[in-house]
Design a protein around this ligand. Sequence first.
Ligand SMILES: Cc1ncc(COP(=O)(O)O)c(C=O)c1O
Length: 352
Amino acid sequence: MNVNLLFRKNISDMDSYVPGIQPKDARVIKLNTNENPYPPPSAVIDGLKQAIGAQLRLYPDPVCDDLRIAIAKTYGFSKDNIIASNGSDEILSMIIRAFVDPGDSVLLMYPTYSLYKVLAIAQSAKIIECALTEDFSIPQTAYSQQAKVCFVPNPNVPAGNYIDKKNLLRLANTCGGILVIDEAYVDFAEDSCLDLLADNKNIIITRTFSKSFSLAGMRIGFAIADESVIKGLMKIKDSYNLNRLSALAGKIAVENLNEVRSRAQSIKALRDQTAKQLQSLQFEVLPSQTNFLFARPLQATARFIYEKLLSKNILVRFFDQPRVDQYIRVTIGTENEMKIFIETVKQITEQV
Ligand SMILES: Cc1ncc(COP(=O)(O)O)c(C=O)c1O
């Protein structure tokens, strides 16, 4: 039997999501997937060490109450406004499965976080794509589209800019469905959209512990939304979607938000310094409210810079797609990593 023929047609036909490379070689300076260069708060490591023991034979709390209560308290909500997930990617997938029937419309911007499209295709959705304006903000055409779900990352991805909240509110009012505001990078921004939730039951805000909290390896995310939305999402989650250790790590991390925020401050300062250095090396650098820079070399192609950096063991992200292929995306690493990165870019550009 050819089991390939058993797949649904759109699954056979689709391309999978391509995550950034996770190199095995520890010598590589890894600036490609927006992880945090700092370790997680030490309280998280201590808590995890204590939790590794006989109790791992037991299933975790299916609804992650301790974590949800800690998140709710920290951000000023009730636990009924929170759902926890195995990374924020899992929430995005739950949202599509919960709201989108085959043939329903999903509204996306271009360029954006490419997982949204992969999830929409897997659900047999009709995809409406609106190209972002020259400065990567929402185009007028987006406000006349109707969709079951619309995804917008804010701060924006991969451009890194902050999308004006007024425009997101307008989109929530015009799209006719759920607006997902993906706040994966919000702790590196000057603002957040949490205040939009009070008056807009069709907004879901998703967050991750992978960036500012330094816990990408633990896979923890959450969404905040109206109680009724959370109740519906709870119905379709896997029974034990977060393991014991991840739920505990998330709880302790959120209780140590001050430490997380102070490290985010250092990353922001280094980001702004790196942006200036890249500008002086003939890069156009987009304004960033994230822990990465989206930078366009003016004297060589982005692919050339990416490949040259790679040959010197520095891994940044290059997207081989229209418009974004003019840029490299550079995660802000440690001070030393950024020093080596800038020195190497300087050497490369001097040879052009
Ligand atoms: C915009 C955006 N959303 C979600 C994610 C995924 O986060 P997580 O690690 O929580 O699944 C990423 C990861 O890079 C991202 O850039």
